[in-house]
Design a protein around this ligand. Sequence first.
Ligand SMILES: C[S@@+](CC[C@H](N)C(=O)[O-])C[C@H]1O[C@@H](n2cnc3c(N)ncnc32)[C@H](O)[C@@H]1O
Length: 239
Amino acid sequence: MHQNAAEFAAQNDDVFGRIASRYDYLCDIFSFGIHRIWKRRVANKIANEKWDTLIDGATGTGDIILRVMANASTQGRTVIASDLSAKMLAIAEQRLLSFKSNVSLILLDAENMPSIQTKSVDAYSISLGLKICNRHLAMQEALRILKPSGRLIILEASNIRWGFLHRAYLAYMGICMPILGWIATGGDASAYKYLLQGIRDFPTAEELAHELTSYGFEEVTFERLSLGIVAIHTARKPA
Ligand SMILES: C[S@@+](CC[C@H](N)C(=O)[O-])C[C@H]1O[C@@H](n2cnc3c(N)ncnc32)[C@H](O)[C@@H]1O
């Protein structure tokens, strides 16, 4: 089964490291700032779940965890913010300095996290990263490291239900992302090529919900944001 929307081989090529310093700025440009609404929403959902230990996969520059930690309810709770790119993590570390007693940053491939013990975390989140991972492997790892009844929260690209609007959105992204990515990186649009492919090929919200159930998760729900440009899926590992 095709499980990696963007066929991204980060192990061989640190494409995200090359855009790390411009990543947050570019998110604002591509989404006209709307990604901030999505991130606030998913961070609130994460913060309001019941957990003592959370792991955030593909954490990037720490944008989600910053928002999670700003929520008063997360005081004293422990977070592992992980990513495959050392440069992304270095930025996350700087941004999360004021939460350093609660947040540890670890270089980890979401598809294989051998240093994280089986059944050791209460919640697992991944935002805008699943489309560039092998979903099957990443979700098997989430299932392994989550404690029984542990919670899964995913923010990811999704589909606008009106086909013509979805096609118009993909056309906009298809033109803007490579051009802006190329300009912003001084001629290297590779990360945006992967992201764009991930957006195009990622399953619909219903399909992803079905997939999560097939992996073994229970209580799978989803919420579309911004007409369905992205969706937040939540699920539970069986007790
Ligand atoms: C689009 S960014 C999302 C970052 C952050 N979660 C956010 O919402 O702003 C994707 C991130 O996934 C990371 N990444 C890609 N493949 C990965 C993998 N297999 N394991 C862990 N991180 C990965 C990249 O290094 C990058 O930081």
